[in-house]
Write a protein that binds this ligand. Structure first.
Ligand code: UDP
Length: 238
């Protein structure tokens, strides 16, 4: 397969055309941003680790019957995915209170929510991804109620699969963000699943192993991404 012209450069990834019309070539970057790009930085090897970690989760999910856009790795920083028509809604699934939810509702970080809480945000950098509900999604015609029902079911299934898998790796899945798109009318999971888009805590020590180390200047950022990769695969990157 051939990598053709760049279509788009986002905060964490570059997207290229390929010589196959329904496939894209994704290159993961080391750039890190937080708080709607107010905080900018660079995490050494993040692109490599997130590419490999995302691929690992997408393969696990495919085996467990969750259709997703991942096709294959090209190299340690790049992967081929199906070209989706992205639905501009971020789906956030939470098991424990953390981040914006803990702040907004005055909850202690780590509070067990009993059963998963699903939040939706409108994907808009200009508006800083505002929280929205099913009625907003319908009124703004971002997705149909039927599509949202399918998306919610898949997101909760992803939560079950990843929570059970990660607990065996000594990791608590606190919360995570998913994006979905349409591929020939079918709803498919897209984007990435990585320490940039999930909160991972060590099961015993509750140490943060994710982007909160960057957001909150906790140090050992690269080491934490490496630690997640090591626990998932038993391997180290070079
Ligand atoms: N998240 C993300 N991209 C976003 C917003 C959130 O990947 O634009 C992830 C974030 O890493 C966390 C979960 O979604 O795992 C919930 O994030 P939250 O709403 O608490 O917002 P944050 O604290 O990241 O501002």
């Amino acid at each position: 397969m051939q990598k053709l012209e760049k279509l788009y450069e986002g905060k964490a990834k570059k997207v290229y055309k390929t010589d196959q019309p329904d496939l894209l070539w994704i290159a993961y970057k080391d750039d890190a941003t937080a708080f709607n790009s107010l905080k900018k930085g660079n995490i050494a090897n993040k692109g490599v680790l997130n590419n490999l970690i995302s691929a690992h989760f997408f393969e696990l999910l495919a085996v467990s019957g969750v259709p997703n856009h991942f096709v294959k790795l090209v190299n340690e920083r790049e992967q081929i995915v199906k070209d989706l028509e992205i639905i501009p809604v971020e789906i956030i699934v939470r098991n424990l209170a953390a981040g914006s939810m803990a702040k907004r509702l005055g909850l202690a970080e780590g509070l067990d929510l009993g059963s998963p809480v699903v939040d939706y945000c409108y994907k808009s950098d200009q508006l800083s991804d505002p929280l929205i509900n099913d009625d907003h999604i319908r009124a703004l015609k971002l997705a149909t109620p039927g599509q949202m029902q399918v998306i919610r079911e898949i997101a909760l299934k992803v939560n079950q699969i990843l929570t059970a898998y990660l607990i065996e790796k000594n990791i608590i899945l606190v919360d995570f963000k998913l994006e979905f798109g349409l591929h020939k009318e079918e709803i498919i999971l897209g984007d990435e699943i990585s320490p940039d888009t999930c909160r991972f805590w060590d099961s015993q020590t509750k140490e943060k192993l994710d982007k909160d180390r960057f957001r909150r200047d906790l140090g050992r950022v690269e080491e934490s991404y490496q630690e997640v990769y090591r626990r998932l695969t038993g391997k180290e990157i070079q």
